[in-house]
Design a protein around this ligand. Structure first.
Ligand code: HEM
Length: 126
């Protein structure tokens, strides 16, 4: 009987953990998908009002990603957070170009974001 209660408790705990994880919102993968979508939309924007809308959504997704942890291993977590910091710095430069209404500069900054993406995806083996 004790064994059954123990097994039921373990199953209940796992169910709660899965529930909490799904309620806690998006994971890295979801944030990355949102970044991809809004990055592409910003790059194909033809005016600043359109660009800035997608740039804001890209930044919101990047912010979400920065709040998540990678895989729990210390070396990867350090690389991941370094990449998120770099992304955040690029977003600051991006906002300056948006504020200056300079669409071509803003797009060239986003092209650099793509280099960071490649660098960190490679570093993390993604
Ligand atoms: C604008 C820049 C970036 C874009 C557009 C982007 C896009 C993506 C996409 C499309 C995926 C695949 C998601 C899937 O499997 O469905 C991905 C995965 C991933 N990216 Fe990025 N990424 C960017 C920057 C970064 C940076 C700077 C880092 C690290 C600091 C990073 C870390 C990761 C990781 C860890 C995954 C694997 C997620 C998982 O499968 O759980 N990405 N990214």
């Amino acid at each position: 009987m004790k064994k059954i209660i123990l097994a039921a408790s373990v199953v209940a705990l796992i169910a709660v953990a899965i529930g909490v994880k799904s309620l806690s919102g998006s994971d890295v993968k979801d944030s990355m998908q949102a970044m991809k979508k809004n990055y592409a939309a910003a790059m194909s924007s033809t005016d600043m009002s359109e660009f800035s809308r997608y740039a804001a959504l890209l930044q919101a997704a990047a912010h979400d990603a920065s709040q998540q942890s990678y895989d729990g291993s210390k070396p990867n977590e350090i690389i991941y957070q370094a990449g998120m910091l770099e992304l955040n710095q690029e977003m600051t430069a991006l906002n300056q170009a948006v504020a200056a209404n300079d669409l071509s500069k803003a797009k060239s900054i986003l092209a650099k974001v793509n280099d960071s993406k490649k660098k960190y995806h490679t570093a993390l083996g993604e």
